[in-house]
Design a protein around this ligand. Structure first.
Ligand code: NAD
Length: 243
């Protein structure tokens, strides 16, 4: 339980789901964790989970991201979890929908990496973990037009950062989950109709949804020195969805 001992971690979209599970798991492994989200009420509950600091952060706000990075100080681990699933095809996706998805899912990571990387470079080390998706990177999913495009962009951005800073002690990896039981996933299932949950389970060959804790287990590995020889990789963890 000390795989991240002595490390400082910063997490976005940490109020629920994958971001929350990662923040809590990092703290359990000994990291000093700064957890952020736009949902302040749900964030507050994290304080009893060993999280050192919580604060409101809208990752769509460049000035706010820059300011909080200053406040956070030198950070060893940056976990970018913020993301939104737009439902529909190209015909359902307005210019506004497109821009919103790219802003929240991709540009948010550009903002946080630009804000935190200089401190990591000064320190000579850093691990960046971006939450992408199996959808978009390893397979196309129906009605995930702009979502898939954003997640493929996350994988590309991840490789670019990895290659540009590989000799400077910085590693950058992304995680590509399958169908994970989280609040927004359950909302998407409910919106799909009375059998929505079963439909989402049916696309997972293992016959069950993944858990946020299973994603956090991989995030710990990628954030820790155990993965020191791994960078720029899209790590699929999807219960066989892409088999
Ligand atoms: P979720 O979608 O249930 O919750 C998202 C969180 O993001 C919420 O706490 C919300 O308040 C926060 N948020 C929304 N807008 C924000 C903003 N502008 N700034 C800061 N925070 C904001 O959580 P989830 O399903 O675990 O998704 C987390 C990440 O995992 C996303 O990037 C998602 O695309 C990715 N992912 C999820 C699944 C899945 O099946 N759940 C699969 C693959 C990838």
């Amino acid at each position: 339980s000390d795989r991240l001992k002595g490390k400082r971690a910063f997490v976005t979209a940490a109020a629920v789901g994958i971001g929350r599970a990662c923040a809590v798991a990092f703290a359990r492994e000994g990291a000093t964790v700064f957890a952020t989200d736009i949902d302040e009420a749900k964030l507050a509950a994290l304080k009893s989970e060993g999280i050192a600091e919580v604060a409101r952060l809208d990752v769509r706000d460049s000035a706010a991201v820059a300011a909080i990075a200053k406040r956070a100080g030198t950070t060893d681990i940056l976990l970018n979890a913020a993301g939104f699933v737009h439902h529909g095809t190209v015909l359902d996706c307005s210019d506004e929908d497109f821009d919103f998805s790219f802003d929240l899912n991709v540009k948010s990571m550009h903002r946080t990496i630009r804000a935190f990387l200089p401190g990591m470079l000064e320190n000579g080390r850093g691990a960046i973990v971006n939450i992408s998706s199996a959808a978009g990177v390893f397979k196309a999913a129906p009605n995930r037009y702009v979502y898939g495009a954003t997640k493929a962009a996350v994988a590309a951005l991840t490789r670019s950062v990895a290659t540009d800073f590989i000799a400077k002690g910085i590693r950058c990896n992304c995680i590509c989950p399958g169908t994970i039981e989280t609040p927004s996933m359950l909302e998407r299932a409910a919106a799909a109709g009375p059998n929505g949950r079963e439909m989402f389970i049916a696309r997972q060959p293992m016959g069950r949804l993944g858990t946020a804790e299973e994603i956090a287990a991989l995030a710990i590995y990628l954030a820790s020195d155990e993965s020191a020889f791994t960078t720029g990789v899209a790590h699929v963890i999807d219960g066989g969805w892409t088999l």
